[in-house]
Design a binder for this molecule. Structure first.
Ligand SMILES: [Zn+2]
Length: 239
């Protein structure tokens, strides 16, 4: 298996919220994208692991992504341990992505920053030949993704770059709303949570619009990166 981009999230719905528009755009450009969820989101106040699984399956259909794996690590208790790093290394070596998209380096949910460090370390370790992992009883070859980009989610972090998602804003919202139990639903009898409010749903659009305003497009998603980015030329820039 060789894909272009592996998007990783601590919880099912993180990828859709943080970079769903970018994923939809990559898929439209013919790129191979896969999703890796670290936990089932089983501590979520609303819904259950079961509903979350069904919702995650609907969301990838909306985005046109064919592969979604869940590592079943414990929600709320992610740690940067050897055991968890190796589980992620196995997936990186299986999918062989050039680019990894990972959680925000700092966010409201403590799992997000923990996942960002865990994923960065796993990407590095995955390139070391003496770190041995197996797939179907055979030893996996080392593989190091060339870049890790962290998608901005809840907190207003300063992006290092943004991706124009103007044509994919609608599909992003549709993918997020596939998580019926998690987001705003006026008919729901479940307890209110910060992400289930009408305000939060609206914030997805106005925050993307604001990044678009600052960068010269209608809607954008922001990312940070710990490695300096170079442009091959000026052709892809929104002027
Ligand atoms: Zn999350």
């Amino acid at each position: 298996m060789k894909i272009d981009v592996l998007a990783i999230g601590a919880h099912p719905d993180d990828i859709e919220l943080g970079c769903g528009g970018t994923v939809a755009k990559l898929v439209a450009q013919g790129k191979m994208v896969a999703f890796l969820d670290l936990t089932q989101g089983e501590l979520g106040t609303r819904g259950t692991s079961e509903t979350r699984r069904e919702e995650a399956a609907s969301a990838v259909k909306v985005l046109g992504v064919n592969h979604r794996v869940n590592l079943n690590l414990p929600d709320g208790f992610l740690e940067n341990t050897r055991d968890y790093q190796l589980k992620i290394v196995e997936q990186i070596r299986y999918f062989k992505p050039d680019i990894v998209l990972a959680n925000a380096i700092d966010d409201r949910h403590p799992d997000h920053s923990k996942a960002s460090k865990l994923v960065s370390d796993a990407c590095f370790l995955s390139g070391l030949p003496k770190v041995i992992t197996h797939s179907n009883d055979s030893v996996q070859n080392p593989w190091r993704p060339k870049r890790v980009f962290n998608y901005i989610q809840w907190k207003e972090l300063e992006p290092d770059f943004v991706v124009d998602i103007s044509e994919y804003m609608e599909v992003k919202i549709k993918a997020c709303l596939a998580y019926k139990t998690q987001f705003y639903d006026p008919a729901s009898k479940e307890p209110e949570t910060p992400i289930a409010t009408k305000d939060f749903l609206e914030s997805l659009t106005y925050r993307a619009q604001n990044l678009g305003r600052l960068s010269g497009c209608n809607y954008a998603e922001g990312f940070t990166t710990d490695k300096l980015l170079a442009l091959k030329n000026f052709d892809g820039i929104i002027l």
